[in-house]
Design a protein around this ligand. Structure first.
Ligand code: MCN
Length: 789
């Protein structure tokens, strides 16, 4: 921050109330579906089968229905001559990239594939007309599991006969072989991380208006990154000039990753608006969302850990089949490769790691980043296998963790899988969590209760997260076609209030509050005088959006950097007006003054007025007081922490009941501790959801059997514990405001902590691993087959 005044301390680091909430809680906030109320409605026909060739699509009956304005098929889209591709955004070596059309023409590859679109005067007519479209299918066998796909007779794309989209390796395989040979003990675990459906409160939606006279196309949509959507829609999909395309993300009701991606449906909506020369809108139903919103996870993994008998880890070997679904989504290739393999070291000094990931096409909904993306999957593998190894070596799992923690003096620490962790105080956070959960005491209680036939379990998980993917050059060398920077604009108005624009895009995280805090602290102005704009390609110059817990470290960094540029220009103007040299002008609490002469001062608001008048500013200086920055960090930020859970398992029903849940997170300096805590709460809920309840299951035909909230179990409040949260503060050494991301941390920590706790409770039954979700049925079956304790 520019100064360390009391005003800064009040603004940055305090729990300023979320300015977003009045609109959200009163229903006044505007969502995509509130836009273009009089527009025609688009409904999209989805494939009935997971895999089939299309013999024909007969639309005449639908076209004749009253109120139907048009019916379009994949052929119509193809014939319109647009580029018609949904590209992936991360090119791994040897990656197979089949064309992904916005509507299928000859073949469908999963039940969410779009086949036709009806545009009608109202939504009901549009959906009724869908039923009158007659599709002739020739069904094909389907494959749904990534490990089976690579040996299956089914081929999802001709370009990848064995269904392998990529075969990725990271780390030194020879060093790992040597480590395994030298070690006293090797632990092996096969584990699966099932598919998760993101379940944002607001389903995806789009509204599009096309002005035939100007060629202006405006799309309102539920987007986590409007600028990325604009460039992809413009170049790869619609062929519409980028400067004639405006993307607006109004209020967005949650995303958890699923609204990063460029889907066919928003493109279909925009294409329909252009065809009809008017305004149309589309809103996914929940069921539609279940088969089209990118799912998360879908890993099948074999992991091996080599250790000495005192618990010192020598090496880790991981081979994963990662499901990609039927088409490559934008980060589908980066998530199970770089974001996953690079985090396998967790908080530990593991000298040798090797990871191979086979990315496989299947006849399922595309898979991409979901909260924790890649890091959650990687940390789960390491934190789970450490527990299994500890039990095999008859060591306490906490002791094994402690033995291997990277000590503070080792930073910056280069892992065996290509990351350079910049900072960390791992033991402090772990000890705080153990103290809060009374670890020793719980172990004693556990022993006593077991004698009474009660099964308590305690699980601990450490984690590191790579948050705020960067720098752009390194990402580019590894195959990214997007940057790691963020754009932030800080603009004074002549009257002294401030507008901030940032390329991040909120879906509930509270950016309008926290980015205002960042700017207010830099400029020394009241936070109420700062307005923040996001989510509109006309209002924000450029942006990379919100994902990977980047908005605070990268977006906040861009806003802080622009704030500092404004202050520096202000210093020059102040020096001119106060007749002092720039070196003698100090800035403190929103006021420039001459060093040693506090009376010779001018407030930054007065100075803004002077800057816009332009009468009394230095020669050669342009009027105005604003700055734009493209902040490109030198590295990720590395949040970390320890989560711990105490659970009790009912041996008669398999039900898992929480006794305690403790989370100690370190996201560096906290802009707004209340918002940080909210992020941790939401993250824990989703982490527990994955551990205990959630899984998207397919039958052998490729039909999603958990296709609605009746079959897909979300964590409900009554099944979740009270969270006890605490934090340590280890600022990122390179971030301008010392912050690290927090949006995903708790999801990453919670899942292994809870699974470790449940498996710990089941030790008397001889259970050493269980695959998620640990439903009552799964736990009960494990107890039943494990025999008497
Ligand atoms: N923050 C802070 N101090 C810090 C770090 C963060 O005050 N040291 C604040 C930030 O200013 C921001 C919030 O915490 O208001 C989250 O910041 P950050 O960690 O930068 O994450 P992003 O804003 O980039 O959000 C993305 C992240 C991800 S990847 C998923 S998925 C996710 C999440 O955030 N999806 C969410 N949190 C979510 N919260 C809601 N309500 N809805 C979602 O869809």
């Amino acid at each position: 921050m520019a100064s360390e005044s009391d005003a800064d301390e009040r603004v940055f680091g305090s729990s300023v109330e979320r300015r977003e909430d009045v609109g959200l809680l009163t229903g006044e906030a505007t969502f995509t579906d509130d836009e273009l109320q009089d527009a025609a409605h688009v409904a999209i026909l989805r494939s009935q089968y997971a895999h089939a060739t299309i013999e024909g699509v007969e639309t005449s009956a639908a076209e004749e229905r009253d109120g139907v304005l048009a019916v379009y098929t994949g052929r119509d889209v193809e014939d319109s001559g647009i580029p018609n591709d949904i590209p992936t955004a991360w090119m791994l070596p040897g990656l197979v990239t089949p064309q992904y059309r916005i509507m299928a023409t000859d073949r469908v590859r999963h039940t969410g594939d779009a086949l036709a679109a009806v545009v009608a005067e109202d939504r009901y007519t549009a959906y009724d007309a869908l039923e009158e479209i007659d599709v002739s299918y020739d069904r094909l066998e389907a494959v749904t599991r990534p490990d089976e796909a690579v040996d299956a007779d089914v081929t999802v794309h001709e370009e990848a006969p064995d269904n392998v989209a990529f075969d990725f390796e990271l780390g030194d395989a020879d060093a790992v072989d040597d480590a395994f040979e030298a070690a006293d003990h090797v632990t092996s675990v096969d584990l699966e991380q099932p598919r998760i459906i993101p379940n944002a409160v607001e389903p995806r939606a789009a509204a599009a208006a096309y002005d035939t006279s100007s060629d202006d196309l405006t799309i309102w949509m539920t987007s986590q990154n409007p600028h990325l959507h604009r460039v992809l829609l413009s170049t790869a999909t619609l062929g519409h000039p980028e400067h004639k395309l405006r993307i607006v993300a109004p209020e967005v009701g949650g995303g958890f990753g699923s609204k990063i991606y460029h889907y066919p449906d928003e493109a279909i909506t925009a294409w329909c608006a252009k065809q009809l020369g008017g305004a149309v809108e589309w809103q996914a139903t929940r069921t539609e969302g279940y088969v089209t919103d990118c799912h998360g996870r879908d890993h099948v993994t074999e992991a091996e850990l080599a250790l000495d008998s005192d618990g010192t880890i020598r090496g880790l070997r991981v081979e994963t089949h990662a499901g990609l679904g039927a088409h490559l989504s934008q980060f589908a290739t980066a998530t199970p490769s770089y974001l996953y393999a690079t985090i396998l070291s967790s908080e530990y000094a593991i000298p040798a790691i090797h990871c191979r990931v086979i990315g496989a096409f299947t006849n399922t909904t595309p898979v991409d980043a979901y909260r924790g993306a890649g890091r959650a999957e990687g940390i789960y593998v390491t934190e789970r296998i450490v527990d299994v190894a500890a039990r095999e070596l008859d060591l306490d799992p906490v002791d094994v963790r402690r033995t291997n923690l990277i000590p503070p003096e080792e930073f910056p620490y280069e892992t065996a899988v290509a990351l350079v962790y910049d900072s960390g105080e791992y033991e402090e956070a772990m000890d705080r969590a153990l103290e809060l959960i009374d670890y020793e005491d719980v172990r004693e209680r556990q022993a006593k209760l077991r004698e009474e036939g009660r099964y308590l379990g305690v699980g601990v998980a450490n984690f590191v997260e790579s948050a705020g993917l960067s720098p752009s050059k390194a990402a580019g060398e590894l195959g990214a076609t997007a940057g790691g920077w963020e754009a932030g604009v800080v603009r004074f108005h002549p009257s002294g209030t401030v507008s901030v624009a940032c390329g991040t895009a909120d879906q509930g995280q509270g950016h309008r509050t926290t980015l205002a805090q960042v700017a207010a602290a830099e400029l020394g102005v009241p936070v109420e005088d700062v307005e923040v704009v996001e989510g509109d390609t006309d209002e924000v110059p450029q942006g990379m959006g919100t994902y990977g817990s980047r908005s605070a470290p990268v977006g906040g960094g861009a806003v802080a950097q622009s704030g500092r540029k404004v202050v520096e220009k202000g210093r020059s103007i102040a020096a001119h007006k106060l007749e002092a040299s720039e070196e003698d002008v100090e800035f403190d609490d929103g006021t420039f003054h001459v060093a040693g002469a506090p009376d010779r001062s001018i407030s930054i608001q007065e100075l803004a007025y002077a800057a816009y008048l332009g009468h009394d500013i230095p020669d050669e200086m342009e009027p105005g007081l604003e700055a734009t920055s493209y902040y490109d960090p030198e590295n990720f930020t590395f949040p970390f922490g320890t989560h711990a859970a105490v659970v009790e398992v009912d041996p008669d029903t398999g039900e898992v009941e929480f006794h305690r849940y403790v989370a100690v997170d370190d996201c560096g300096e906290q802009i707004n501790p209340m918002i940080v805590e909210g992020q941790v709460h939401g993250g824990i809920a989703q982490g527990i959801g994955a551990a205990l309840f959630e899984a998207a299951n397919y039958d052998d035909n490729g039909t999603l059997v958990s296709g609605s909230m009746n079959e897909y179990a979300l964590p409900r409040a009554e099944r979740l514990p009270e969270y006890e949260t605490d934090s340590t503060v280890t600022p990122s050494p390179h971030n301008p405001i010392g912050v690290k991301g927090v949006g995903e941390s708790a999801t990453i920590g919670a899942t292994p902590a809870v699974v470790n706790a449940v498996v710990d409770a089941l030790e008397p039954f001889g259970v050493d691993h269980l695959d998620m979700p640990l439903t009552n049925e799964t736990v009960w079956a494990a107890i039943d087959s494990g025999g008497e304790p």
